[in-house]
Design a protein around this ligand. Structure first.
Ligand code: ADP
Ligand code: ZN
Length: 433
């Protein structure tokens, strides 16, 4: 099902024209309403009338997370505060948070793109959806909430945590959709199993998972454990929140809502725009937002884009799974390692649970790399030889893919800490040295 066929299936020439007129407007908006933008454009020697086609976008300077921090809290607003009706802040990292302001129009845009997502997952007004993303400054909860209300579905505004109760209400209310992080969904699956309530008593059919990287293999795990179809939802606070992109029934790439968020892929080191299909850093320009539009915002997320038409009929660009953020890449003994590579291997091994933790340290000037992973109940054994054999097998698999030898620590099922929001699967102790 398609929420907004006119926009989602528009022919690409018309789409480009629309993007161009929107781009011109947003560039004028920030130039005349927002001092820091005007200054940056002046420094780059450009004025709004220099921007006429999508190709002209490369003339505009990039924005980074640091720019948002430097202008904390409100200096990047392009609307007067009297027009701002909502604030959100990015969940993450240390230091000052990143604050984003929404006008009424921005909230409508957010609901619109969110509605596209949930419709693409096959949900509609007859469906009850449990929202187990955190509510609050984090955009996950309220973003998904607005989306489900917009399609006319019934929202269960659970937020995260209180996992036993989540299962009880999911069962009693007959939730058909579940929206949360993939790592929390994994935990919910365990607790559901423990509840002893037979799966057939649940109506759950669709998972709406995002806010953190997850692999194809993790999708397999979640679909099997929960007996659902698991779909990707992508978004980031700076751009709007969840709803920047979504999968369709073909699950072969995440469609981006390009009529609102114009994507580019650039070389993370040089900023050069890369040709279609290249792996690089995703950059967005919000071409319709009013409160805090961002021009060429560097997401740090690594992915590729394809403009090939999808079998679902949507003409929008699709991105492949996010490999991770540039900052997630670990350099261990000089070798680049993404946690998602480790996840793929762990999920492929039948002896292992998809729960793992990577611990990196430096001892006597040498990097150490420990992978803690839970062994499945059926395979966990007191027999030393069996466990050593399994350890050898994992070491070998990981080494062949990532190129370095990890130190595998097999741990008992259910011993690693469970996540309720974004999982923390890496502890890099070298950062504290
Ligand atoms: P923070 O940067 O503090 O985590 P956000 O909640 O805005 O704040 O997180 C957005 C980031 O979460 C994205 O830039 C991306 O790295 C990650 N993310 C969101 N959705 C997905 C997804 N579907 N797949 C992979 N990563 C995602
Ligand atoms: Zn599609």
């Amino acid at each position: 099902m398609i929420w907004n066929e006119t926009m989602e299936c528009m022919n690409r020439q018309d789409l480009q024209k629309l993007q161009e007129s929107r781009l011109k407007k947003v560039v004028e908006r920030v130039y005349y309403n927002c001092e820091p933008y005007r200054k940056r454009m002046q420094e780059a020697g450009i004025i709004p009338s220099d921007i006429n086609t999508m190709e002209d976008i490369v003339k505009l300077p990039f924005m980074s997370k640091q720019d948002l921090r430097d202008h904390y809290p409100f200096a990047l607003m392009s609307s007067p505060m009297s027009e701002i009706v909502r604030l959100h802040a990015s969940s993450g990292t240390t230091g000052k948070p990143i604050v984003v302001g929404y006008t009424r129009t921005d909230l409508n845009i957010w609901n619109e793109v969110g509605a596209r997502c949930f419709t693409a997952y096959g949900l509609g007004k007859n469906d009850i959806v449990q929202i187990s993303y955190g509510y609050g400054l984090f955009t996950g909860g309220l973003g998904a909430h607005g989306a489900v209300e917009t399609i006319g579905g019934t929202v269960i505004p659970m937020s995260s945590g209180n996992t036993e109760k989540q299962i009880m209400l999911m069962h009693d209310f007959g939730a058909v959709g579940l929206a949360c992080t993939p790592s929390y969904a994994l935990h919910l699956a365990d607790v559901l199993k423990d509840s002893g309530i037979p799966r057939k008593e649940f109506k759950l059919r669709v998972g709406v998972f995002g806010a953190e990287p997850w692999t194809e293999q993790m999708r397999g795990e979640l679909q099997e454990r929960l007996g659902i179809r698991a779909y990707d939802i992508y978004g980031l606070t700076e751009i709007i929140g969840p709803g920047v992109g979504h999968e369709c029934e073909y699950q072969n790439g995440t469609h981006l809502c390009e009529d609102h968020f114009y994507p580019e892929i650039v070389d993370p080191a040089t900023g050069e725009v890369l040709p279609e299909g290249s792996l690089g850093e995703l950059v967005f320009t919000t071409i319709t937002k009013e409160g805090m539009p961002l021009i060429r915002f560097r997401t740090r997320d690594l992915t590729r884009l394809t403009y090939e038409k999808c079998a679902c009929g949507r003409t929008s660009v699709r991105m492949s799974r996010i490999l991770g953020r540039c900052d997630d890449m670990l350099i261990i003994r000089g070798v680049n390692v993404f946690p998602s590579q480790v996840e793929s291997i762990i999920c492929e091994m039948p002896e292992l649970e998809p729960h793992y933790l990577l611990i990196i340290d430096r001892v006597k000037n040498l990097d150490t790399f420990e992978v803690q992973v839970e062994v499945k109940e059926d395979f966990y054994s007191d027999e030393m030889a069996k466990m050593l054999e399994l350890r050898k097998k994992i070491t070998h698999r990981l080494q062949s893919v990532i190129g370095i030898i990890p130190d595998i620590k097999l741990v008992e099922p259910r011993s690693l800490e469970r996540s309720q929001g974004k999982a923390k699967r890496v502890i890099d102790k070298r950062k504290f040295i």
